[in-house]
Structures are given as structure tokens and as C-alpha cells.
Ligand binder design. Sequence first.
Ligand code: THU
Length: 157
Amino acid sequence: MKEEVYQFSYKIFDSFQELDDDDRALLKTAQDAVSTSYAPYSEFNVGAAAKLANGEIVKGSNQENVSFPAGICAEGVVLAVAASLFPKVPIKTLAISYTTSKSLSDHPIAPCGICRQSLQEFREKTGSPVRLLMGGLHGKVIVVDDASLLLPFSFKF
Ligand code: THU
């Protein structure tokens, strides 16, 4: 038997003002995309924006449905749109933001488990890590250099 330890590093910025110009602009695009969210059931509005390796920016938001499992996350929308418009083009950075009626948007949110699995496969398909930029409207911003770090033991066969 041997025991292994899994760990990874990430960066925490005190506010979006500390980001460089490109990252700040991408996070702002994700914040703007929140306005297109359709989330009458959860009242949790998520926006995401991807900067692709070809320089294109793709954005999207969560789209819910009265049949709850039919809803799709903002990250899932962006991955699907990016892959459809620009097949096989890697995503350099994916920014995620949100607003909610239930609390201040003052801390980052991370992609849900299903989106982590989708991000992992996007990385495999394009051969390039997806950097994550996570922040609300205010407060700290967390940067992870490779979204796959958030899903050790991802499902594969
Ligand atoms: N949601 C996202 O869009 N991204 C995530 O990473 C987590 C959750 C959406 C799904 C649902 O519409 C709402 O947020 C509340 O769960």
C-alpha cells in the first residue's frame, strides 16, 4: 500500500482591480453575460466568458427549465458555443461571475462537478489547459491555471 497526496496551487487576488487588463476585461465580459441568464427558479444568475487561442471571445449564461435537470450551466453553454463556432480551438481562459437575489456577489464561485467533467474533456480534446478566473461582482478573484486540477479522478474509460 502507498498513500499519495493531491495538491495544487492557485492565486487569490483581493479584487478585480489587481488583475491585468486582459483578465479584468474578460471578467467584466462574464459579469455582463449575467444579464442574459434565465434563472427564474434558482434566482442564481451566472455568466461566463471564454478567451480562445484564436483571440475570439465567447460568452454565455445559465439557462434553466421548469424541468430542472434540463437547465444548463453558464460554463456548459460557453463550452458548447466555443466548440460549435470554433471546433478544436483551445480556450485560454474561462471567466465566471454571478449575481443572486440571496446574497451579495462578493466572493468567487467555482464550476459545478458536471462542468468540471466537461472542462476536463475540453482540455483533452484541444490538448490545452483551460485557465479559470472566478469572481463575483466584488471581492476576491481566484485564478486556477488548469481547470482539470479541480477534478482529480475525473471519469474516463
Ligand atoms: N450554475 C452555473 O451556471 N454554473 C455553475 O458552475 C454552478 C451552477 C447554475 C445552474 C443553475 O441554473 C443555477 O446556477 C443554480 O444552481
